[in-house]
Design a protein around this ligand. Structure first.
Ligand code: PLP
Length: 379
C-alpha cells in the first residue's frame, strides 16, 4: 500500500463550470475572469484582484507597477521557490537575500533590518508551507524605510495572521494557482491589492500594455488568464475553506501522532496564526536520526510513505547566482552586485534540505496515519 502525499481536488461542479465556460464562446479573458477577480478580492478582503496566468507573473506585475527596475534592490528570503527571485531579475532589479526565522521559515525580521540599503525598494515575504510570516514586525520595518511589501502567498491561500488574510496585509498579495496549491486553475495566479491605480496598471501590464485596441502604453506581457480556467478557479474558491479544513485536520492528526519523536520538529503555530498546511512539514535533525534527509526519504518511500522535499539549498547557491550570473543582473547591480557565493545565512543553511512534507490529504485515513507513525518510529 502506498500512502500518497496529496492530490488535487477536482469535483463534478468544477468540471461543469469549466465545460460551461468552454461552450460559452469566451475562451480568452472575459466575464469569468472578472467574476473570479471579484470573488477572490472579497475572499481575501481587499478592493482589487487581478488574475494572471502564473504565480510568477503575479510577482512580476507588482514589481513593474511600483516602477522597480535597474539598480533597485528587492529583499527576498534565501529559502523559497526560484520564481520569487527570478521575477526580480526579470524586472531588471537585484535580489538581496535575507535569512529565515526558525519559528515559521519565513523572512526573519531581525535579519531584514540588516539587508536594507539606500537602494532597497521592496520586500517579498513568502508565507511558507501555509504558515505566516510575522507581519506586524515586517510591516513596521517596511513603513519605517518606506518600502513596498509583496506577500508571496503561493503557499498560503486562506492562511490568516492576527485575523487578517495573508495577501491583504502588504501592498500586494501574490498567489499561484498551480496544480499542487491549496486551490488550482491548472496554471494561474492572482494579485490582490487595495490600490485601484496599481490594479489598473497591472491589468494593462498583463495584456501587452494595451489601452483600448491600439495604444501600447507600456511594454507589457501576455500574462492573461483564460476564461475557462477562471471559471474553474471560481468553482474551486467556493470550496477553498472546506479543502483547507481537510488539510488542517489531516495535518494536525499526523502531527499529534508524531510530535514526541526526538529527531523531528513539528510546526510551531502561535495563537495569532491560522496555518493552512500547504505541507505537513517537519524539520529533521539528521544527527539525532543518524541518517541524511535524502536517505530518510528513500526509506519512507521503500515503506510506502510518499513525502515532499524541496529547496535543498539556499537559493544564493544556485549557479545562476554564483558562476553563471545573468548579464541583466550584472548590468543592473553595477558596483553593488551582492557577493552571493560567500553568503552564509545560518537558519537558511540549517533548514535547507532538512524539511519534508508528510502526507496530509484531506481523506487520509486513521490507518494511514497509524502506518506513517509506525514507519517513522521504526527508523
Ligand atoms: C513560494 C512560491 N512563489 C512563487 C511560485 C511560482 O508560482 P507558479 O509556478 O504558479 O509560477 C511558487 C510555485 O511553486 C512558489 O511556491
Amino acid at each position: 500500500m502506498k500512502i500518497k502525499v496529496a492530490s488535487p481536488s477536482i469535483t463534478q461542479s468544477d468540471v461543469e463550470a469549466l465545460n460551461e465556460s468552454l461552450l460559452s464562446g469566451h475562451l480568452t479573458s472575459g466575464p469569468r475572469v472578472r467574476e473570479f477577480e471579484q470573488a477572490f478580492a472579497d475572499y481575501i478582503g481587499v478592493k482589487e484582484a487581478v488574475a494572471v496566468n502564473s504565480g510568477t507573473a503575479s510577482l512580476h506585475a507588482p514589481l513593474a507597477a511600483k516602477g522597480i527596475g535597474f539598480g533597485d534592490e528587492v529583499i527576498v528570503p534565501a529559502l523559497t521557490f526560484f520564481a520569487t527571485v527570478s521575477s526580480v531579475i526579470h524586472q531588471g532589479a537585484v535580489p538581496v537575500f535575507c535569512d529565515i526565522s526558525m519559528e515559521n521559515f519565513s523572512l526573519c525580521p531581525e535579519d531584514l533590518e540588516r539587508r536594507i540599503t539606500p537602494r532597497t525598494k521592496a520586500i517579498i515575504v513568502v508565507h511558507y508551507f501555509g504558515h505566516s510570516a510575522e507581519m506586524t514586525e515586517i510591516m513596521a520595518i517596511a513603513k519605517h524605510h518606506n518600502l513596498s511589501v509583496i506577500e508571496d502567498c503561493a503557499q498560503s491561500h486562506g492562511t490568516t495572521y492576527k485575523g487578517q488574510m495573508t495577501g491583504s496585509i502588504g501592498e500586494f498579495g501574490s498567489f499561484s494557482m498551480f496544480a499542487t496549491k491549496h486551490m488550482t486553475t491548472c496554471e494561474g495566479g492572482m494579485i490582490t491589492t487595495n490600490d485601484p491605480e496599481l490594479a489598473d496598471y497591472m491589468r494593462c501590464f498583463r495584456s501587452h500594455g494595451l489601452k483600448g485596441r491600439n495604444d501600447h502604453v507600456m511594454v507589457g506581457y501576455n500574462y492573461r488568464m483564460p476564461d475557462p480556467l477562471a471559471a474553474l478557479g471560481s468553482s474551486q474558491l467556493t470550496r477553498l475553506d472546506q479543502m483547507n479544513a481537510g488539510r488542517i485536520a489531516a495535518s494536525e492528526k499526523v502531527i499529534n501522532a508524531i510530535r514526541d519523536i526526538e529527531w523531528l520538529s513539528v510546526p510551531m503555530v502561535p495563537d495569532h496564526v491560522k496555518h493552512t498546511y500547504f505541507w505537513c512539514h517537519i524539520l529533521i535533525d539528521e544527527e539525532k536520526l543518524g541518517m541524511s534527509t535524502q536517505t530518510l526519504i528513500g526509506r519512507l518511500s521503500e515503506q510506502g510513505v510518499e513525502c515532499r522535499n524541496r529547496y535543498e539549498e539556499p537559493l544564493y547557491k544556485q549557479p545562476l547566482l554564483t558562476t553563471d550570473l545573468p548579464e541583466i543582473l550584472k548590468i543592473s547591480a553595477g558596483n553593488h552586485l551582492p557577493d552571493y557565493g560567500n553568503l552564509n545565512l545560518k537558519n537558511s543553511e540549517r533548514v535547507a534540505g532538512s524539511i519534508i512534507g508528510l502526507p496530509n490529504r484531506p481523506d487520509l485515513s486513521d490507518d494511514e496515519i497509524q502506518r506513517i507513525n509506525e514507519v517513522l518510529r521504526s527508523l
